[in-house]
Write a protein that binds this ligand. Structure first.
Ligand code: ASP
Length: 346
């Protein structure tokens, strides 16, 4: 809800619906918007609950959203998650390669891709943003930059779980998006950290967006990408505008799922543009999911994509292609997982 003392509305806007209309974003940008429910943080999948806790510590102490979204996803990078950080499943040659991006309230952004043996790619992405004239560093260059910045070079070693999954995967060495079977994936959906009937493990990402007490938005995204991907493959997560986008005048969005299909529609940026045109976060996410479904035609059944979004008024929402996607919310009254709606129903 809106703090009316601080929210200066133009006379053309009437009622709550009007407050969140495109007029507010398109025409009345200079106006001061204050949202009582801030700070707020949302993040993808159930790993988001633990990540939000760390982000909340920053936000609750009146810290910056940028610090919150970095600290938050570092929790997932440190865990032995199948899909994020050095404990994740490797590429088809047996190497874990990581992608991450971060963006603040002033269009500053940084990312790393195809980064190996560094525990916290999100922090390297932040250093790229803050300490270089560039937005993106990849591969050995990103690793050399990380080492020069004092990040330790970790041992090249798969986690026990990843080793097991890789050995299993090598038996068939097949790379194809797994068939959708929500029942068999512990309700997380086909791209969640769950073992499929086929024995394959899926890929996943932690994406987080937050609004701090001063009303500034920031976002982060970190992943090992698709498990057993081709060596050198980079997904949507480190691509600013695809895996993540923040426009502090409008809102922020982060993506998870089949990265190639998120890149095709510049997913997160497209969702933010829909919010700029006046759509709610959920409706904006839905529009871009529909666009992906239209492009993919019958192949849409083989992939999962989901977006979460937060607008400048503190409203949040999500939408997925298939059931099973959920996201985590933390604000002063709530700490919960929310099931996302989806285009396909079963
Ligand atoms: N979007 C990530 C990628 O394609 C992975 C995921 O979210 O499942 O690299």
């Amino acid at each position: 809800m809106i703090d009316r003392r601080k929210f200066i509305l133009s006379s053309a806007l009437t009622g709550v619906a009007g407050m969140f209309s495109s007029k507010m974003f398109a025409r009345d940008r200079e106006e001061l918007i204050d949202v009582k429910d801030k700070p707020i943080v949302i993040s993808t999948w159930d790993a988001g609950i633990a990540a939000n806790k760390a982000a909340w510590e920053v936000l609750n102490a009146k810290g910056r959203a940028l610090d919150a979204v970095e600290k938050g996803v570092m929790v997932t990078e440190s865990s032995q998650n199948c899909c994020v950080g050095l404990g994740a499943n490797p590429d088809r040659d047996g190497f874990v390669t990581l992608d991450a991006s971060i963006m603040d309230e002033n269009f500053n952004c940084g990312s790393v891709a195809f980064l190996e043996r560094i525990k916290h790619p999100i922090s390297v992405a932040r250093r790229v943003m803050e300490k270089t004239p560039h937005v993106m560093l990849v591969g050995v260059g990103a690793q050399a930059f990380a080492i020069a910045e004092g990040f330790p070079l970790e041992e090249q070693k798969l986690s026990a779980e990843a080793e097991k999954n890789y050995t299993e995967w090598l038996k068939k060495s097949e790379y194809k998006p797994p068939a959708i079977n929500v029942e068999k994936t512990n309700n997380h959906g086909p791209f969640a950290p769950a073992k499929l009937e086929s024995g394959e493990w899926n890929h996943d990402t932690i994406g987080m967006i937050a609004m701090d007490a001063s009303g500034s938005l920031s976002g982060s995204c970190t992943t090992s990408g698709a498990g057993f991907k081709m060596r050198g493959r980079v997904g949507d997560s480190p691509i600013i505008g695809s895996g993540l986008y923040v426009d502090n005048e409008v809102g922020a969005c982060v993506a998870t799922g089949q990265g190639e299909d998120v890149i095709r529609v510049a997913g997160s940026h497209s969702v933010v543009e829909m919010m700029r045109q006046g759509l709610s976060p959920e409706a904006a996410c839905k529009k871009i999911i529909e666009r992906i479904a239209k492009i993919k035609k019958e192949k849409a059944k083989d992939i999962q994509v989901a977006f979460i979004a937060l607008n400048k008024a503190g409203q949040y929402g999500a939408y997925a292609l298939h059931p099973g996607f959920e996201f985590a919310l933390r604000n002063k009254d709530n700490e919960k997982l929310i099931k996302s709606k989806s285009l396909f129903k079963v």
